[in-house]
Design a protein around this ligand. Structure first.
Ligand code: ADP
Length: 159
């Protein structure tokens, strides 16, 4: 069985992420969406909230598992007995950052490959950061994230 780990902050999950998951499943039998626990970024949603939103968004896809991990991604990939890391690429600005991470992971483990899928042009401008910024100012973000995520954002910003 071909398994890929799709790691990220997913704060929150967007249609951009979901597109990578759907397209990734054309290549892999299973995708483990893995939420990074100790990212240096300050998240809006807790790990449990993020996992719950991803589960809801992927509830109709059998081949998706939602998990979270602490520490080094490479160690997690080994633990899960996978050998592919799946990432998405949007603009050229993603490239430098992704190249740095992929190269570091390659030094840490030669058996693990990082595979990139290009964003669907419809989603190229979607990032969790701009979704949060828009939602914070009361914009309707239902074109960018699933309905339940839009509701969670609205609730978070009205607290
Ligand atoms: P991180 O904090 O690790 O960058 P993100 O949750 O922001 O995590 O993103 C996880 C992965 O999904 C990254 O590879 C990112 O480039 C990709 N991604 C995010 N949004 C999109 C999008 N709109 N189209 C394609 N890939 C995307």
């Amino acid at each position: 069985m071909k398994v890929a780990i799709y790691p990220g902050s997913f704060d929150p999950i967007t249609y951009g992420h979901l597109d990578i998951i759907h397209r990734g499943l054309k290549v892999f039998d299973k995708i483990i969406v893995a939420v990074l626990v100790n990212s240096s970024k300050t998240p809006l949603f807790s790990i449990e909230e993020r996992k719950k939103m991803i589960r809801e968004a992927t509830k109709d896809i059998q081949q998706v598992e939602v998990d979270s991990f602490n520490g080094l991604l490479i160690d997690y990939v080994h633990r899960r007995k996978a050998n592919v890391i799946l990432r998405g690429l949007r603009a050229i600005s993603d490239f430098e950052y992704e190249l740095k991470i992929a190269s570091t992971n390659r030094i840490l483990s030669e058996e693990v490959e990082t595979l990139f899928l290009m964003t669907n042009h419809k989603h190229s401008f979607i990032s969790s950061a701009n979704v949060k910024e828009m939602a914070q100012y009361g914009a309707d973000v239902r074109e960018l994230v699933p309905e339940h995520v839009a509701r969670a954002l609205q609730k978070k910003f009205s607290e």
